[in-house]
Design a protein around this ligand. Structure first.
Ligand code: ZN
Length: 146
């Protein structure tokens, strides 16, 4: 597993150590769950869509460092954006993790470029994004709060 060390760049380590927007979002009006059984990653995304913008977003889950750090980073990138902007962002992210190419105008998400040399990890890195996109496409869901 030592090959994986290369993946753990500073941004990934930081998000893994101090995940942003982690936990259920009581005010969410959209929720979706992501599951990556090949690695055992789970990720739920909660968001509050206000008009056509994501006003608040959080994630919760468990799994490998790549999946959790990527979900954490995703929440910071998606907040305040429209679904169309988020889809465009995901396309860039997907391009980065599948090709390793780093566009100059994209900062933090480029930290995941190293993932492309570990194809099995692409699913880990995109799990949170897929959950967020599903949440945006889905019908409004009432999140149970207890
Ligand atoms: Zn994983």
């Amino acid at each position: 597993m030592s090959d994986l060390t290369d993946l753990y760049q500073q941004v990934i380590l930081d998000h893994n150590k101090r995940p942003r927007n982690r936990g259920k979002l009581p005010t969410a009006n959209r929720v979706a769950h992501g599951d990556n059984p090949t690695c055992g990653d789970q990720c739920s995304v909660y968001l509050r869509l206000d008009g056509d913008r994501v006003a608040e977003i959080s994630f919760d889950g468990s799994g490998c460092a790549i999946s959790q750090a990527s979900a954490s980073l995703m929440t910071t990138q998606v907040k305040g954006k429209t679904p169309a902007e988020i889809e465009a962002l995901f396309k860039n992210f997907h391009h980065i993790v599948t090709t390793g190419e780093m566009p100059e105008d994209i900062s933090d998400i480029a930290a995941f470029a190293g993932v492309h040399t570990f194809p099995a990890r692409i699913k880990c890195a995109t799990l949170g994004w897929h959950a967020a996109l599903n949440a945006l496409k889905g019908d409004p869901t009432t999140v149970k709060t207890e």
